[in-house]
Structures are given as structure tokens and as C-alpha cells.
Design a protein around this ligand. Structure first.
Ligand SMILES: Cc1cc2nc3c(=O)[nH]c(=O)nc-3n(C[C@H](O)[C@H](O)[C@H](O)COP(=O)(O)OP(=O)(O)OC[C@H]3O[C@@H](n4cnc5c(N)ncnc54)[C@H](O)[C@@H]3O)c2cc1C
Length: 476
């Protein structure tokens, strides 16, 4: 373990609402969406432009139905369409190509117009969390180090960077098991014979079967976009990623030489397998294309079917004292299934006029509980109770402690109040946590030789008064 301490003087600090890490498509749209809700947003991106794999990685084509995403994405597509920088829409096409440099430009303009602050040449290099909440993220912005204190962090790095930094469970499959990397590059038709050139350090391929997996995509203007797989490296390991970039350029030189001298007849070939004898290298994407080097382990992984059928969770609601799950919403009434199994039909008018809490939209659950100890508990023991309650709560997973205090001296008890958050809306998980906390509290009370307060009702009867005894609080 290194004992290196950051010595930089004048380390800046910055408090913001939302810190978005990663200026790929996901990060840009998350930042714009957060900004729309009025939050102050900083978007951090290590390269020199926005778009991630979609621009710097050379992907430059939208898979899926690019006309049916959401309004922010529609705005990007509309700008690309207006400037003639995206292929026409064809619902049967599996990929809709766009100009990646213009896309990066429009993303930066959109993000700026929405008021997102962009830090380029910047990356998260460390993070600290307390009670499951990310409190600080150390960001290098060029040569400047900034300690960012965000209310919310969105990790859109595609590599579960923050979960890994704060020690959450992640899935790291490593080289050969993770999705393979690819390098994109473009060849340009000079319309003149070119002299093929193969540097000594680069591989010489001698037939189609030896080639790295290759796809050629031809454009009407003569450009040929080449996608070349690069296997055997680990995108989540910085040293391996560096080696992948170096290896990829050598492999690319070998592939270009092969295309110029032999042509490619494979499944994703072009020009009927004839040599590309008039083409030269025009550009190479800024970064090797990589994805999901590391993934966060969540409670639920969305499946292909969920995506196809637009997975929606049932809405769990509370109206007054009634809790249940919405089963059916009709024109005039709504059917709700209670936790006991009974079905209640509520008129929509009643629902709308009531105070309705939707737990399905809840991100975390605030829990407050009181431990009441007997009034005759020894004072020196009492001060040991809040730290023990805090430790009991903090020992649970999916929990963020807020506070624990000796809150009041009640009529018949000494009350300790504890507040914590369950960081998942799952009711079953909340009950598991509270049960475990309760068991540990009983153990603590026994260990300390204390008693829980027993509710006592004192009744003074008139005939007691008649016997000459005056109840407390009553004038003698
Ligand atoms: C080779 C390849 C081919 C693909 N082909 C297609 C295709 O044809 N069509 C299609 O629709 N999709 C395709 N995809 C998938 C598509 O590109 C991705 O799903 C999409 O671009 C991912 O966007 P993203 O924002 O989630 O992640 P990325 O685009 O990966 O963005 C992550 C960003 O995080 C940044 N980052 C990394 N580390 C840090 C850090 N420590 N701090 C801050 N920022 C950090 C990176 O620089 C990057 O810009 C392909 C992907 C690859 C890799």
C-alpha cells in the first residue's frame, strides 16, 4: 500500500447538487435531465469532447429506433437531421449513421444551453463515502485538483468507477470475458494507386481467417469505416487499456496493409473482396471502443425482456391509513390490493382529493424509531446508549444513519430516538433491517443490565382522596 499523500496546495473545493461522471451519451443526457429539474450540475469528461463511445470511440451510428427515445434525444437527432449529418430514418435499419464530430459539437451546445457546467480533460480519481452516501469525489481537471462535494453522483463512466472506488460490490470479468474492445478507423479514397506500407512492428496477415474480426462500412462519398476487434485486454485495468491502444494501432497498420494489397472477402467485407488499392488512412478514433469493463452488482438486473416490454413496477401507495399496490386504474375508480390481500375499490375523485403517497416512486425510506428505557436506568449507562444504537444501525447493509439521541424524559420512560434511511424502496428489505436492529437492541438492553420501560397507568380514585392521600398535581 502506498503512503502517498496529496501535497498540492490550494486544493479547490466545490459544492454542487449533481456531479455527472462521464460525458458519453448517458452522462450528457443525465446531466441535461438533472438540470431541467433546476439542480446545479457539473459534467466531468476525461477526453476533449462529449459523446464518449458515440463520438471519441468512433461508434457514429444509433442502433435501435432512434425516432422513439425521449425529447432530449429527439432534439439531438433533429439538429443532426437539420444539418444533414444523420442518415434518413428507416425503422428496419439496425443502425442509423451520423457524423460523429458534428454530434460531439451539438452535444456540447445542447449541454451548454441547458446550463450544465462541463469540465473536459477531467476525471474522477478518488471518492469517499460515509453510510453508503458518496460525500466527496476528487476530480482532476487538467492539472487542477478539485474536491467536489455533491448531493448526488451519477456514474456514467460505463465502468462502475465510483462504486469500485468506494468499495461496493462490482462485477469485473477481466480480459477475454468482458465485451471485447474495437478500434474504429476511416479510409479515404484518393482515386489514385497508393503504395502499401507495413512497418516492421506490425502483424502481417496472410488470409481472411487470420484477420481480427473486421467490418467495413462504405459511405457514398468514398469513405470506408473500419471496425476492428481488439481482444485479450481488460478495459477496467489502466495498464491493460494502455497496452490495448498500442496493440490496436499496430494491428490496424497490418489490417490496412492487408486491405490495400488483398481486399477483404469476409462477411462484413466490401468492394466484392477487391483490394482497396486507392484508399489511405484518413482518421482513427480518439479512443479505443470499450464497454462495461466493470459493472455494478445491483439488486435487480434489467433483462432484454424488461427493456422490450418497458418494465414498470407496480405502484405501492398509501391513502390515509390504507397501504396497497395499484392493480387497475379505471375511468372512475382504482383497484388497490392491500398488504393483507383484500381488494379495495377507491373512487378516483376520492383518491385525487386525498393526500396520496406513492412508494413506487420512492428512492429511499426514512425510518424513525424510539427505544424507551425504564425511568430508574442508571445515568452513567444512558450516555452509552446512543453510540451503541448508531453502531447497530450502521452494521446493516442498505442503510444510511442520520442520528441517534437521548431525545426526551417521558412520563414513564427515557426515550432514545434514532433516525436512519433504508437506501432501497423495497418494503421487505426494510422489515428485515428493522427486525435485525430490534434483535440487537434487545441484546444491548440485556448486556447493559437495563429494562425496557413498561407503560404504567396510575389511577387515583376518589375514595383514596377520601382516605387523606392527595394525587400529584392536585392542589392539597
Ligand atoms: C465497439 C463498440 C461498438 C458499438 N456499436 C454501437 C452501434 O453501432 N450503435 C449503438 O447504438 N451502440 C453501439 N455501441 C454501444 C454504444 O456506443 C454505447 O452503448 C454508448 O455509447 C454508451 O454510452 P455511455 O454514455 O453509457 O458510455 P461511454 O460512451 O462509454 O461514456 C463513458 C464516458 O465516461 C468517461 N469516463 C471514463 N472514466 C471516467 C472517470 N474516471 N471520470 C469521469 N469520466 C470518465 C469516458 O471518457 C466516456 O466518455 C458500441 C459500443 C462499442 C464499444
Amino acid at each position: 500500500m502506498s503512503d502517498y499523500k496529496i501535497a498540492q496546495t490550494g486544493l479547490k473545493t466545490r459544492e454542487i447538487d449533481v456531479l455527472v461522471l462521464g460525458g458519453g451519451m448517458a452522462g450528457c443526457f443525465a446531466a441535461m435531465a438533472a438540470r431541467r429539474d433546476g439542480a446545479s450540475v457539473v459534467l466531468v469528461e476525461p477526453t476533449n469532447a462529449l459523446g464518449g463511445q458515440g463520438t471519441a470511440g468512433g461508434v457514429a451510428g444509433f442502433c435501435g429506433d432512434s425516432e422513439r427515445v425521449n425529447d432530449l434525444f429527439a432534439e439531438l437527432v433533429a439538429r443532426l437531421r437539420k444539418s444533414g449529418r444523420i442518415d434518413p430514418y428507416d425503422p428496419n435499419d439496425d443502425r442509423r449513421a451520423y457524423d460523429l464530430e458534428i454530434c460531439a459539437f451539438y452535444l456540447q451546445e445542447m449541454v451548454a444551453e441547458k446550463g450544465v457546467e462541463v469540465w473536459l480533460h477531467a476525471r474522477a480519481i478518488d471518492a469517499q463515502a460515509a453510510s453508503g452516501h458518496v460525500e466527496k469525489v476528487l476530480v482532476s481537471c487538467g492539472a487542477t485538483l478539485v474536491e467536489v462535494r455533491p448531493r448526488v453522483v451519477i456514474d456514467a463512466t460505463g465502468n462502475a468507477t465510483i462504486p469500485d472506488m468506494i468499495g461496493l460490490e462490482t462485477l469485473h470479468l477481466g480480459a477475454r470475458k468482458q465485451l471485447p474492445m474495437s478500434l474504429y478507423f476511416t479510409l479515404w479514397d484518393t482515386h489514385k494507386p497508393v503504395t502499401p506500407f507495413l512497418p516492421d512492428s506490425c502483424p502481417r496477415f496472410d488470409n481472411d481467417d487470420n484477420l481480427p474480426m473486421t467490418s467495413l462500412h462504405c459511405f457514398a462519398d468514398g469513405r470506408v469505416e473500419v471496425k476492428m476487434k481488439v481482444v485479450g485486454f481488460d478495459a477496467a485495468d489502466g495498464f491493460s487499456l494502455s497496452q490495448a491502444e498500442i496493440h490496436a494501432r499496430r494491428q490496424m497498420m497490418g489490417l490496412i496493409y492487408y486491405l490495400q494489397t488483398r481486399g477483404y472477402r469476409g462477411r462484413h467485407g466490401a468492394f466484392g473482396g477487391k483490394p482497396l488499392s486507392t484508399h489511405v488512412l484518413a482518421s482513427v478514433s480518439r479512443n479505443i471502443g470499450q464497454r462495461e469493463g466493470r459493472r455494478i452488482v445491483g439488486r435487480y438486473t434489467i433483462t432484454d425482456d424488461d427493456a422490450r416490454t418497458s418494465l414498470l413496477r407496480d405502484d405501492a401507495i398509501a391513502v390515509g391509513d390504507f397501504n396497497g399496490t395499484v392493480e387497475q386504474i379505471g375511468i372512475k375508480s382504482t383497484r388497490v390490493r392491500s398488504v393483507n390481500g383484500e381488494q379495495i375499490v377507491m373512487s378516483n375523485a376520492d383518491l385525487l382529493s386525498s393526500r396520496l403517497r406513492n412508494f413506487g416512486r420512492m428512492r429511499e425510506r426514512r425510518v424513525s424509531f424510539i427505544v424507551s428505557l425504564a425511568l430508574d436506568s442508571p445515568p452513567d449507562t444512558l450516555e452509552r446508549i446512543p453510540p451503541q444504537l448508531r453502531a447497530i444501525v450502521e452494521a446493516e447493509k442498505n442503510v444510511r444513519l442520520d442520528r441517534s439521541h437521548f431525545a426526551r424524559i417521558g412520563n414513564g420512560s427515557l426515550d432514545f430516538e434514532t433516525v436512519y434511511f433504508v437506501t432501497t424502496p423495497d418494503y421487505g428489505r426494510y422489515m428485515d433491517i428493522q427486525q435485525s436492529i430490534n434483535l440487537h437492541i434487545i441484546e444491548m438492553v440485556q448486556r447493559e443490565g437495563l429494562d425496557l420501560a413498561v407503560p404504567v397507568q396510575r389511577v387515583w380514585r376518589d375514595h383514596v382522596e377520601a382516605a387523606g392521600v392527595t394525587p400529584p398535581g392536585k392542589p392539597a
